[in-house]
Design a protein around this ligand. Structure first.
Ligand code: SAM
Length: 300
């Protein structure tokens, strides 16, 4: 069987099974089996598959037809230009989450200490460590997820600046120790379970997805905990689920400079805000009061 025929047959099988982007998926699975880039399939269409390649390709086509997400088969997902290893123990990082990273890069300039709550594959924590000079603590309730994230940090060269902690939200983080708290928390309402794509509902970890009856349970606990661990002027940035901006904004009514960034679909996707009120007053050496702005505290 040649590469060309393998793609054609795979695409037909996937298409009949109702898999979206059947041809592209067949090509990516074949590349995974043959250990090549997509362009290679077009450059060498007459190349014969070896038996082992054909066996792997057949198995992966079958898995994809059963609904297993492509990324759990190829064990990789790109995020912010880097390849992250993924397994069914972690959420597959989403493109929307890059907006959360961009928000922190823009609003958290100079932040020396950050914490990523619910790190999963480590996509956010590792990207922030590599894109800034910050030291990042990455927490997750799942031991298996932390193992995946640790592997990614080592492979991507971020290990020296990311510390991984298994634990509940920010329980392991000291008070007033951080310049930024970042999180893409679970935010799907239990009530919406049946409306989720089966690929997500049946394959991605439930504790990465669901957060109580209306999806707000983790935000409710995270906001006061973030206040505790942030230094005055520190930044809190959280990804939002569809239609949650208003409810989450209410949870941060005591915070300053609240902003909601919209994604490409126009959905309020990232809420960010600053600990403390603006402006604040300080006394100088002569006892005179002056008004200053809080900023993210410089690296310490
Ligand atoms: C939506 S996923 C985000 C994963 C990753 N940060 C990303 O954006 O791709 C939420 C993550 O939070 C973790 N999580 C859920 N409840 C938690 C808790 N109470 N404390 C810490 N992590 C939690 C889950 O295990 C999961 O890895």
């Amino acid at each position: 069987m040649t590469l060309r025929t393998a793609v054609a047959q795979g695409a037909e099988l996937l298409g009949k099974a109702g898999v979206a982007e059947a041809r592209l998926t067949a090509e990516l699975l074949l590349c995974h089996a043959v250990h090549c880039e997509r362009v290679y399939l077009y450059a060498h269409p007459e190349q014969e598959l070896r038996e082992v390649e054909w066996i792997h390709y057949g198995r992966w086509l079958h898995e994809r037809m059963q609904g297993k997400p492509l990324q759990y088969i190829t064990k990789t997902q790109e995020f912010y230009g880097r390849a992250f290893a993924v397994s069914p123990d972690v959420l597959i990082p989403r493109a929307e989450t890059e907006l959360l990273v961009e928000t922190v890069l823009a609003r958290g300039k100079g932040a020396g200490r950050m914490v990523d709550v619910g790190t999963g594959s480590g996509a956010i924590a590792i990207t922030l460590a590599l894109e800034t000079r910050a030291r990042v603590v990455a927490t997750d309730i799942s031991t298996a997820a932390i193992a995946v994230a640790r592997g990614n940090a080592a492979r991507l060269g971020a290990a020296p600046r990311v510390e991984f902690v298994v634990g509940d939200l920010l329980a392991a983080v000291a008070a007033e120790s951080q310049d930024a708290v970042v999180s893409n928390p679970p935010y799907v309402a239990e009530a919406d379970k049946e409306t989720l794509q089966s690929e997500v509902r049946d394959w991605e970890p439930a504790r990465a997805l669901f957060a109580g009856a209306n999806g707000l349970d983790v935000y409710r606990r995270l906001v006061p905990e973030a206040w505790r661990v942030l230094k005055p002027g520190g930044l809190l940035a959280m990804e939002l689920g569809f239609g949650q901006a208003e409810a989450v904004a209410e949870l941060v009514s005591e915070w300053g400079h609240v902003e909601v960034a919209k994604d490409l679909a126009g959905i309020g996707r990232v809420l960010s805000c600053v600990k403390g009120l603006y402006p604040f007053r300080v006394q100088d050496s002569r006892g005179l009061e002056e008004v200053q702005s809080h900023g993210i505290t410089a690296s310490s």
